[in-house]
Design a protein around this ligand. Sequence first.
Ligand code: HEC
Length: 163
Amino acid sequence: MTNHHSKRALPRGRAARAPRTATLVQRAFNGLCVLALLSPVVAFAKAPVDKQSALIAQGNYIVHRVGMCVDCHTRKDAHGMPIASEDLQGADLPFTPDHPVPGWVGRSVKIAGLPAGYTEAQLVTFLETGRTASGGTAHPPMPDYRLDEHDARAVAAYLHSLD
Ligand code: HEC
């Protein structure tokens, strides 16, 4: 009788445990499914921010390390070092041409934030084509840049991000 009872009880016990294990596995699986479904949503939501900060970082690199805008648009200290607190605020140029250059301008404009009179799109066009916001060309020694569209957008986004 005891034997018979335990023989019957055993399968019942197993049967009772089995669904619980299955439920846990199922729950874990469901959880993974939800994560798998959500992760592209999370990645998608984060992507524009990352793209914009990458663009701004690229612009910072071009302005300070490639285009050397700081050479003319940032005031220098007595040792000729750019003054960080005046970065890209416009400056009297610390040099003059040694022969007359028609249209030479001895002062650069503030380009931190955006140059006066420019939208971000107009600045992109200026850096790609040399055409200013008012439809003309900049005076020397402002270089006549021909950046590609991505680099121009990067510089404009970076300058726009500044005060
Ligand atoms: C060799 C010196 C020099 C360098 C380098 C230089 N600039 Fe200039 N920039 C000037 C001067 C000078 C002016 C004023 C020109 C004028 O008044 O027409 C100027 C004007 C400008 C203007 C206003 C143009 C207008 O007349 O509407 C913008 C925008 C500008 N610079 C952006 C930049 C950027 C961005 C860089 C770097 C990628 C840069 N500059 C590098 C000297 C320089």
